[in-house]
Write a protein that binds this ligand. Structure first.
Ligand code: SD4
Length: 336
């Protein structure tokens, strides 16, 4: 899509409605009107709407883009996009089909955040596939931000979610094989990839994000990672941009990674520079054992620019922008 002017102003919706017509002509009208009112910051925005996600999840980004192209908002897009991957039982790091903890329980973490900075999350959720939608219900239907474990499950059931067994035959077999040696070692890019973190920017330029995962394979029972911790696995500031993380959650939490990336963008860094600096915070720690684990970030800013970076090779993102739904290999730190 061509470059066009995007207007950041509180009056965008109301003026847009008053003017009517297509979004493009709305924005142009708002531009003139709002500039006269001297209330606006005009930024060059490219390629709206856009969706970007961790790993190779083209079906998920396509679902999100379908919503955005139909005039849907970024929040619905990230929820529906993540649901598409949650429904994919072959993905062994998300929802049903996810690899279990060392005791054979599939436990899920998920979060969602909207353009107003509202957020909701669930941790250690069992027996409910669409964890991201439960997170959204926490955000919208409760005064809380996070629900855990049995409470999260009972809340989901009260909202009409059907409980089911999330351990598939394939994941059970993999767990049984793992139990022969039962060594816990996060393996870079192999058993722990495909957690989905997704960011979307809708035609109005508003940003939302979501993240959903079964967490690290063969973790200790009760372990919670970064994906449902707002600021770590996900952060959105609709004035600045958004970020999602993947990889070893413990390392993301220690640097509050996604919040850090957004704050670096606030200070003027591009999404690419911000992701690189946030990875730098992890690998440059004294005694960092970064050779043993992967972390990757993907970020978007208010101009519709995206960036991604990881510690090791083979992190990839899926980006749907300007009519192209493509997998992109991320640049990475450890080139030694
Ligand atoms: C976690 N960050 O639970 C998640 C796992 C992940 O790609 O993202 N894997 O630590």
């Amino acid at each position: 899509m061509k470059r066009r002017k995007f207007i950041k102003t509180a009056s965008i919706t109301s003026v847009g409605l008053a003017v009517g017509g297509s979004l493009m002509s709305c924005n142009e009208a708002i531009s003139k009107e709002s500039t006269e009112l001297n209330k606006v910051v005009i930024t060059d925005v490219k390629g709206l709407p856009l969706v970007v996600a961790t790993w190779h999840v083209k079906a998920a980004t396509a679902k999100a883009m379908e919503i955005l192209q139909g005039g849907g908002n970024a929040l619905d897009a990230v929820e529906q996009g993540c649901r598409a991957e949650e429904a994919n039982e072959k993905n062994q790091t998300v929802a049903k089909g996810g690899l279990p903890d060392r005791d054979g329980n599939v436990t899920l973490d998920a979060s969602i955040m909207d353009k107003h900075g509202n957020c909701g999350s669930v941790v250690y959720l069992q027996n409910i596939t669409h964890a991201v939608s439960v997170a959204r219900k926490v955000m919208e239907d409760t005064p809380h931000v996070m629900l855990a474990g049995e409470g999260a499950k009972q809340f989901a059931i009260s909202k009409g979610f059907e409980p089911e067994d999330l351990l598939t035959e394939a994941s059970k077999k993999a767990w049984e094989k793992w139990k022969i040696e039962a060594k816990y070692k996060p393996i870079i890019n192999i058993e722990n990839h495909d957690t989905i973190g997704m960011l979307a920017m809708d035609k109005n330029g508003d940003i939302s994000g979501a993240c959903t995962t079964s967490g690290l394979a063969y973790k200790l029972e009760g372990r919670v990672g970064d994906s449902a911790i707002i600021g770590s696995g996900l952060f959105i500031d609709n004035d600045i941009g958004g970020c999602v993380a993947t990889g070893l959650g413990e390392e993301v939490v220690k640097t509050v990674g996604s919040f850090l990336v957004v704050e670096l963008m606030r200070q003027g860094k591009s999404p690419q520079q911000a992701c690189e600096e946030a990875i730098g915070r992890i690998v440059n720690k004294p005694n960092s054992n970064f050779k043993d684990f992967q972390v990757g970030y993907v970020a978007v800013n208010k101009k519709g620019e995206t960036g991604c970076y990881s510690i090791h090779q083979w992190f990839s993102i899926t980006k749907f922008q300007d009519g192209k739904n493509e997998q992109i290999q991320s640049d990475y730190f450890n080139k030694a």
